[in-house]
Design a protein around this ligand. Structure first.
Ligand code: IPE
Ligand code: IPE
Ligand code: MG
Length: 249
């Protein structure tokens, strides 16, 4: 049986036309909680349930790369109590999901300024990445303490250093070289970018990499984002005409 037939509602997706790489800006946890007069942390907790659902669905239908924006460089400016609750939640998520990742051949990867994360999270992250590094079914990348501008600055620094050391000549600097010096060097650019909660912005996420991604913004808040809506977006993605600046002849 094809994997697409095993997922309820996914049978009308064309397996050959699936995005290879889906990236998601998971936004709206705080508003979800506020609407219910709950603490923002409750929104993040419910949001982590959505992460489980979307990871599972992605793997089931055959997405090869799923990249989730979980914590931005700017999010460090939030109140200490919220940051600390998010870090605790992240640590718990990584430990709890290890079995699921192993059972489903999912490799965990992380991008961002990882050295800024609290020590226990770094340890759990490293252990989980090591445990799952040979898994080939899908790469799940968490963007943690991630900011695209700082990633670009690091890339420029690295290339400038190599040029100064005479390892590369400036004529060799091209788009491939730039891509290979970004945190995302081991994955293709996202085909599809989804943002929940209706905000019409990128918030410092994968600026270089989304040059030709198809963008979908839904008003649904991340904790309410469902498998059904995800499949609907994938269906709509398949009806988009990706021209890459060309015209049909
Ligand atoms: C997204 O939800 C999660 C993180 C940014 C960590 P928010 O916490 O930004 O929720 P809103 O945007 O305030 O509703
Ligand atoms: C973007 O959401 C970052 C993550 C989803 C991790 P934010 O809530 O931080 O972004 P803004 O403040 O709406 O731009
Ligand atoms: Mg937000």
């Amino acid at each position: 049986m094809n994997s697409d037939q095993t997922v309820h509602g996914a049978c009308d997706l064309d397996p050959a036309g699936l995005p290879v790489h889906v990236a998601i800006i998971m936004d709206g946890n705080g508003r979800w909680a506020k609407k219910r007069l709950l603490n923002r942390v409750k929104g993040h907790e419910q949001g982590s349930e959505t992460v489980r659902t979307i990871v599972r669905t992605s793997r089931e239908i055959g997405i090869r790369y799923l990249t989730l924006y979980a914590f931005s460089t700017e999010n460090w400016e939030r109140p200490k109590s919220e940051v600390s609750a998010l870090m605790t939640l992240l640590n718990r998520f990584l430990i709890n999901e290890r079995k699921e990742m192993q059972d489903n051949d999912i490799r965990l990867f992380a991008i961002g300024q990882l050295d800024r994360l609290p020590e226990p999270v770094i340890t759990t992250l490293k252990e989980t990445m090591k445990l799952t590094r040979d898994n080939k079914g899908m790469q799940l990348t968490l963007s943690l303490s991630y900011g695209s501008r700082s990633e670009i600055v690091d890339m420029v620094r690295a290339i400038a250093r190599e040029a100064c050391q005479g390892k590369i000549s400036t004529e060799l600097i091209n788009e491939n070289l730039v891509s290979s010096h970004l945190n995302t060097c081991n994955m293709p650019d996202p085909d599809l970018l989804i943002r929940t909660s209706g905000e019409m912005r990128i918030s410092n996420f994968l600026l270089w990499q989304i040059a030709y991604s198809e963008i979908f913004i839904t008003k649904t808040l991340w904790p309410d984002f469902s498998k059904e809506e995800y499949l609907q977006i994938l269906k709509e993605y398949q009806s988009r005409d990706r021209r890459f600046g060309k015209i049909k002849t």
